[in-house]
Design a protein around this ligand. Structure first.
Ligand code: GUN
Ligand code: ZN
Length: 434
């Protein structure tokens, strides 16, 4: 970790609140000629260059980026590391897609060499796309989590992950048991949870692939350690929802299954939630649980349109997820491009500042990490990006027609992708340079 002070000068933009709560203008800070000062892996100052420069030692090193925008690192609240090799698999919706493509692909992650190789590709891909923190599904194999955390630890990334718990309705080669999933998760928690910037997430895949015994033990794990996360899927696909009703006829609905097994809470993140009803949103909000909105996946798997206004009405925490490999891009910029279309198809809007919030501070709040990541307030981890206005000829030309930061931001989110991310910094260190 670099211990010396360094400053970065460019246009700087970050979210400071949810536009749904405070209005758009009060939701962000923008410095047209800004300065970000980093000290020992943390942000020590942020402001207008003209005001901050005179306060700094004359010999401080300053990196000056022209035609570029500094933003906080992006936060992906739902992604599957062992699905990196199967992005863009043709022709199926959720349940057939899992059986045809996903399970065979995930079966390879008990092998250390394979898991290490893909972990390296996966972490590089996150950083190339400007994602500095992700909430990650491993496979059923503890090795998948060990490989991922080892790769993240080398770069001192803030990363959250867990081994999938799955003891029924999946091929034998990919199931654990209630007992083994508990013991293996516990060993991973002991090894990784709270080590550096790493955190563990208890990870029952979704209700159909866990027995009541396994869900009970998942709930028990959450009581045995502090600040553990819980991640799973919910109400993504109509056939999936029908299946959950058949498997758990005694429960009121899909969310009630998780509620019954004590899996809701402030560090619980439910992916998708496309078909949630009003009462379920209210219950999620009441328990402080979060939803990961995964637009590219919901389009690709034909799952449906997430109702963000309903979530906002309930003041539900919502982050953005790529859901690779159901999702089709590691880029949160591309994910926002699709999120905008999800809203358009429902007769609603997604302002560029709400989009910025979802990809940064909203994700941090969903993960209860807003005091550490998600914006550029002094004291935060120095996880930030440099976005290049000249990344492609079209972007460069288009941005010349933009009249203000709102237009610039919206175009970056519509045309931008991994090429737009010129530098990625994590804990003050340069971890990706295009
Ligand atoms: N539901 C259960 N498992 C999965 C998965 O791997 N991807 C998605 N999108 N949904 C799921
Ligand atoms: Zn998923």
């Amino acid at each position: 970790m670099p211990l010396t002070r360094k400053a970065y000068r460019a246009a700087i933009l970050h979210s400071i609140a949810d536009p749904a709560e405070v209005g758009i203008e009060a939701s962000y800070e923008y410095f047209e000629d800004g300065l970000l000062v980093v000290d020992g892996g943390k942000i020590s100052a942020l402001g207008h260059a003209s005001e901050l420069l005179p306060t700094l030692p004359a010999d401080i090193e300053i990196e000056h980026y022209q035609d570029a925008l500094i933003t906080p690192g992006f936060i992906d609240t739902h992604i599957h590391f062992p699905q990196t090799g199967m992005v863009g698999a043709y022709g199926e919706q959720l349940l057939d897609w899992l059986n045809t493509y996903t399970f065979p692909c995930e079966s390879q992650f008990g092998d250390k060499a394979h898991a290490d190789e893909v972990a390296d590709i996966f972490v590089k891909e996150l950083l190339r796309n400007g994602t500095t923190t992700a909430l990650v599904f491993g496979s059923v194999h503890p090795q998948s989590v060990n490989s991922l955390f080892e790769a993240a630890e080398k770069l001192d990334l803030r990363m959250i992950a867990g081994k999938v718990m799955m003891d029924r309705n999946a091929p034998d080669y990919l199931t654990d048991t209630a007992e083994s999933s508990y013991v293996e998760s516990k060993a991973l928690i002991e090894r990784w949870h709270g080590k550096g910037r790493l955190h563990y997430a208890v990870t029952p895949r979704f209700a159909p692939t866990s027995t009541p015994e396994q869900l009970t033990l998942a709930g028990q794990l959450l009581t045995e350690y502090t600040d553990l996360y819980m991640q799973t899927h919910i109400s993504e696909n109509l056939k999936e929802i029908e299946w959950v009703k058949e498997l758990f006829p005694e429960r009121k609905g899909y969310l009630d299954v998780y509620d019954h097994y004590k899996l809701l809470g402030e560090r619980s993140v439910f992916a998708h939630g496309v078909h949630l009803c009003d009462d379920e949103c209210a219950r999620l909000a009441e328990t402080g649980s979060a939803i990961s909105f995964c637009p590219t996946s919901n389009f690709f798997l034909g799952s449906g349109l997430f109702n963000l206004p309903m979530a906002e009405k309930h003041k539900l925490n919502v982050g953005l997820g790529t859901d690779v490999g159901g999702g089709t891009s590691f880029s949160l910029l591309q994910t926002l491009n699709e999120a905008y279309k999800v809203m358009q198809l429902q007769g609603a809007r997604l302002s560029p500042f709400k989009s910025l919030y979802l990809a940064t501070l909203g994700g941090a709040r969903a993960l209860r990490l807003e005091d550490k990541i998600g914006n550029l307030q002094p004291g935060s981890d120095a996880d930030f990006l440099v976005l290049d206005y000249n990344a492609t000829p079209l972007l460069s030309y288009r941005l010349k027609q933009a009249n203000n930061i709102a237009e610039t931001l919206f175009v970056l989110m519509t045309l931008g992708d991994d090429r737009t991310v010129q530098q990625t910094y994590a804990a003050g260190a340069l971890v990706h340079q295009r």
